[in-house]
Write a protein that binds this ligand. Sequence first.
Ligand SMILES: [Zn+2]
Length: 357
Amino acid sequence: MSHDWKASSKRFINTLLGAGKVDRVPYFALIMEQMITRIAGINVRTLYSSPKILADSTIMASEFLNVDTLHIPTAWAGPSEALAFAEANDKKNVIKWFDYLPIFIEQGKICQTVEDIENLKLPDHKEIKLWKTTFAAVKRVREKRKVGHALSLGIWNLVQQLRGVQAFKDMRENPEILLELCEKIYQSQINLYHDWTKEVGPIPSIFYTGYSFNKTMMSFEDAMKFEGQFINRLQKELGVPFILHNCGMKPYFKEICNEIDFIAVNGSHPLDINYWVDFKKKFPKVTIMGATIDVSQELLTGTPLDVEEKVKENILNLAPGGRYMVSPICALPWNVPLPNILAISKAIETYGYYPIA
Ligand SMILES: [Zn+2]
C-alpha cells in the first residue's frame, strides 16, 4: 500500500494550527540514524554518503513506520552543527563515527579554554559536506513526496557539545564567557537558517530542542538566561512558528509556555497523564505532541498490547478537541522491538479517527 503523503501533511498541519478538518490523530516520530540504518540495512557512513541515499532511506523508514512527517535526521543543529564547528576550527579529530548511531563530538573539546571560545570560528554551512548533503537530501524529499520540512535548532545542546560540563561551572564562575559562547552559537544558527532558505527554500517551522529547560539541568531562571532569551531573539528574527522539543525527565513545559510562544510542545515527561490533561486546559492553543509515550517504558520492556494501551490512553485523554499528535519520545532507539513500534500506528488506526469515541 502506498503512503498518502497529501493526507499526512493535511492532518499534521491542521492539527499543529488547530484549524481545518482532521480525519485522524497524526503520528509524529523522531526517526533518526539508529532507526533509519536499521530499516534500510545500511550503516551511518553509507547513509551520509549521498543526498539520494540519505533522502531515500529516510523516506523508506518513515513509510515503513507509517508516520505523518518526513525529516532528514541530519537537518538538526545538533551533532551536524557540532561537526560543522569541529571542521571550521580544525578539530576534526573530536568527531566520532558509529555504525548505527549519529556522529558524536567528544564533549567539551572544541571549547576547552576561554581562548577557544574567544577565537571560535563560525562554520560556513555551504562548505561543510554533511550540510551540503543534508540540503540536497531535504530538497529531494520535498520534490519526491511534496511535503514541508522543518529545520531543527537548539542553543544549549550545542553549548554542551562544545564546552562540556565546564559550562555548568561557567554558569557560576564566568557567566560572561558562557554568554559569549551562546551568542556565537546563536549567530551560527541564524546563518544556518539563511543558508538553508537560500539553498533549499522557505522553512515552515522550527523544531527547537530546548534541553536547558529541565529541572535536572538548571534553574528556570538560568534556562531563560542561557537559552530562553536566545529563543526570543530567534523568534523575532526568523518570524516562523516554533515547536519546543524537550525529552528531559523534569521539563519546565508550563513555565516556559508562560514566557515564550510555542505552537506545540513535544515531550514525554512527566509520565502522569493528568499533568497533560491540565496542560491542555491551561494552554488550549499549544498542540501537544507526545505526552506520556516514552521510548524507555512500554516500548522497550512491554508488549505490543502494552504499547497500544498507552497510545489509547493518550488519544482518549488528549485528542478530543484536536491539537494532539501521538509521538513516542525521544528518537526511536536501536534496541526497541519492532513489533512494539508497529503497535503505535496500529493503535492510531484503531482509536485515532475523529470523532474520538
Ligand atoms: Zn530529545
